[in-house]
Design a protein around this ligand. Structure first.
Ligand code: GLA
Length: 389
């Protein structure tokens, strides 16, 4: 039952406890073990090991692994992706996400949302105010007079329950955001499932339900640099964004309500272009929601591709969401020391946050982000990795 490949994983991580019972049902991921592996199918496994502590609670790191050797590591603090190991065009594996070497980094207040789940409302709500059915709500202000990423203690700062799932290498994180948390109405139950396929696809599926009408916009905030530490910036990456329009914003990055055409501007990535080619013409750099060209709201569709021409690593993003925030790491300034002592400089990584539009609760013309009792918020996003020679 324990395959050779899994044995290799075990050797790599040293002293281990094996879980041999691995049938069809889910497995409680929070057992008090130093390190253990659950084979989730003949070709996949999930390894778990102690990662650190936060607020007196033990933090566990989970490693999803497929037969080709791709690995995705996650922690139950913020439901955060800490590492994604994928090969370049010569077969050399490298870690393509920004982050820290240990728990301390993720706890820092300067942590710029590396790899985490953002919510209850990802991106900005103007002045932290909105109203539903005539009732007004005030959220904590944490970004130039506005609320960013769900407030001061958003989903990125929470402990998530973890459950290992059978089948593809996958894990489900669950969190109950209580009525009034960070000013939001309603008990909001959130589940986020991360699955790694044999085709090097990392799929993230989100659901949320509530017992009072509330505002919901949930995404993942991974920063990618497909060079895996070889290039300090992503300015040489080529990006394609399947969007003819973007959400215009004011100088606080709050939408003006206009959806502007990209054609003929530095915002146009309908034909793949190097990120650095026009970035100097965009005030502050790219930090905009693109309005995706879509046919379906239930099937993930191709939204973005990114190529690092040097390593050959290629990433495709598919999503059910109406928008994707393309953030070119403009606020990174070299002051953060990340993995392997690396200083994360301006444009050191790019985030592609599949989401609804910023400030939608205050923008009647934007797709709805108000979730009501009896409804389920669903979003699915896939990051698929391959190489182009
Ligand atoms: C999002 C925002 C950016 C920035 C980052 C976090 O991508 O749009 O402006 O706040 O989060 O640093």
């Amino acid at each position: 039952m324990i395959t050779l490949r899994i044995s290799a994983t075990l050797l790599f991580f040293g002293a281990v406890n094996l879980i041999t019972a691995c049938g069809g049902s889910g497995h409680n991921a929070n057992e008090n073990l130093t390190s253990d592996t659950m084979p989730t199918s003949k070709t996949s496994s999930v390894l778990q090991q102690k990662y650190g502590n936060a607020d007196g609670k033990e933090i566990t790191q989970y490693t999803l692994k497929n037969a080709g050797g791709m690995e995705v590591k996650l922690i139950n603090y913020g439901g955060t992706i800490t590492n994604i190991m994928v090969p370049d065009s010569s077969g050399n594996f490298g870690d393509v996400v920004l982050g820290f070497d240990s728990m301390d980094g993720y706890l820092k207040k300067e942590n710029p949302y590396f790899g985490c789940i953002t919510g209850r409302y990802a991106n900005r709500i103007a002045k932290g105010k909105f109203s539903i059915d005539g009732k007004s709500y005030q959220l904590p202000i944490n970004n130039n007079g506005n609320t960013l990423h769900g407030g001061i203690n958003g989903f990125n700062r929470k402990f998530w329950d973890a459950e290992l799932l059978p089948g593809d290498s996958s894990i489900k994180f669950s969190y109950l955001s209580k009525d009034g948390e960070e000013g939001f109405p309603g008990n909001c139950k959130v589940e986020v499932k991360y699955s790694l396929s044999q085709n090097n696809e990392l799929k993230i599926e989100y659901t949320a339900t509530t017992d009072k009408p509330t505002a919901v916009n949930i995404t993942n905030h991974s920063y990618f640099n497909l060079s895996a530490g070889k290039d300090s910036t992503i300015l040489g990456h080529e990006i394609f964004i399947n969007a003819d329009k973007y959400v215009a914003v004011d100088n606080e990055l709050i939408p003006t309500s206009e959806l502007l055409p990209v054609k003929g501007t530095s915002m146009d990535f309908t034909v793949p272009a190097t990120i650095g080619s026009d970035i100097a013409k965009v005030a502050g750099g790219y930090d905009h929601t693109y309005v995706l060209n879509k046919k379906s709201t239930t099937e993930p569709e191709l939204a973005v591709t990114v190529l690092d021409p040097n390593s050959g690593r290629y990433m495709e993003l598919f999503t059910t969401e109406p928008g994707v925030q393309f953030y070119s790491g403009n606020f990174l300034d070299g002051s953060l020391t990340g993995k392997n002592g690396m200083k994360y400089v301006k444009n050191g990584g790019l985030a592609l946050e599949a989401q609804h539009f910023p400030d939608s609760p205050n923008q009647p013309s934007f797709p709805n982000t108000i979730l009501r009792p009896g409804e389920t918020f669903n979003q699915a996003t896939i990051y698929k990795f391959s190489v182009k020679k």
